[in-house]
Design a protein around this ligand. Sequence first.
Ligand SMILES: C[S@@+](CC[C@H](N)C(=O)[O-])C[C@H]1O[C@@H](n2cnc3c(N)ncnc32)[C@H](O)[C@@H]1O
Length: 329
Amino acid sequence: MPEDFSEWPAYKGLLAAFQASALEAWTEPPAAQLWRAFDASRHGDWPKWRDVLRRLPASAPSRVDLNADLVRIEGALSQEDRDSAERLLRELHPWRKGPYLIHGIHIDTEWRSDLKWRRLAAHIKPLTGRTVLDVGCGNGYHAWRMAGAGAKLVVGIDPTLLSLAQFLAVKHFAGDIPVYVLPLGIEDVPPNLQAFDTVFSMGVFYHRRSPLDHLLELKGCLRLGGELVLETLVVEGEAGQILVPEERYARMRNVWFIPSCLTLISWLKRCGYRNIRLLDVSRTTPEEQRATGWMRFQSLTDFLDPENPELTVEGLPAPRRAIFLAESA
Ligand SMILES: C[S@@+](CC[C@H](N)C(=O)[O-])C[C@H]1O[C@@H](n2cnc3c(N)ncnc32)[C@H](O)[C@@H]1O
């Protein structure tokens, strides 16, 4: 596998895809920007993960199903190669987002990310033919589902290299599908690109120290009239209500702003979005987030007060997540 991202098989079609879409203004990523970002965030375990990717057995897919809860890839693989693929995929532990079924290997991830997708899929503007950005896409589970829903091009960005390695492993088996995950943060996307028809930001907002700037960054990625799909933690309460945890929230260190739904709607308005709708509010359950054989660390039930599951171990309201739709005006 070459050291320059632009030469990797997984990125073969990227330059052409960018040039053929409204993304031609984003001129650098296929080469220099990608490589710089990768180099800057290079993780100590990267050589190990890259080696895993190199050793994955080759197999052309005979069936790729991106339209079901399990992202499923099938093809001819000997039992020996299948066993070796499973061993290698397990080396990319912990698998947080999924689930996947790859050559019969069920990657039962910490999150049933399909449940989030089910909550929104029927309500967003149809993705057929659209150019889509998934900010903070993790290993790309939802990006595959977006392609399954008909998107012309899906660009996922996520600075976490283990997630990127997992995406590249899935892409290795999925073959030539216009889904690309780039090792970039939202701050690396050129400002005011105004190029994407739909932008997803799911599970990212509360990690941003400057939440209104995040809403404006997302707006800058959207073409006029494009759709934002925003999913984040919320608290119950009136307009103006916001929780800013003093330290950790559900054991997470980097949680900043958890607004009420009405507060977030007012922020979206203030940032110039229109046609703002609250789609869903759901408590996170142990059915949706739990430890599995593919994610052996602690999970939701360890982060909640054992005496009172309405509270986190820090005594704060237990995770409740909302999905908002809005248009860039
Ligand atoms: C809670 S996960 C959400 C994953 C997925 N979007 C979902 O909803 O299941 C948050 C993701 O945001 C990524 N992230 C952190 N900082 C980011 C940034 N500056 N730009 C884009 N993504 C970022 C993290 O690496 C992580 O994968």
